[in-house]
Ligand binder design. Sequence first.
Ligand SMILES: [Zn+2]
Length: 90
Amino acid sequence: MLGVTLGGVIWTLMGLLLMVFLWKVGIAMLRAFTTPLPPPPPAGEMRRVSLRYRCDVCGVELRLTMAPDEDPPPPRHCLEDMTVVAPTFE
Ligand SMILES: [Zn+2]
């Protein structure tokens, strides 16, 4: 006998697994804290728009106020492209 029991080996392995698990969780948490947020787009590249869209399926309407260009692709709702109701000029 070397003084190592099967139970001792199992506990050691479980301890190692727990350490690896905690280590990975720690790294993941560290990454979550240190990963910088994506920078906002430069103000000059966003256009102030005022478009109203309506979903033909369920009737919901929304207003788009900012877009990367003046003729943005319509948003989708109910798996369909929303239709432009009217540009609002305010
Ligand atoms: Zn809809």
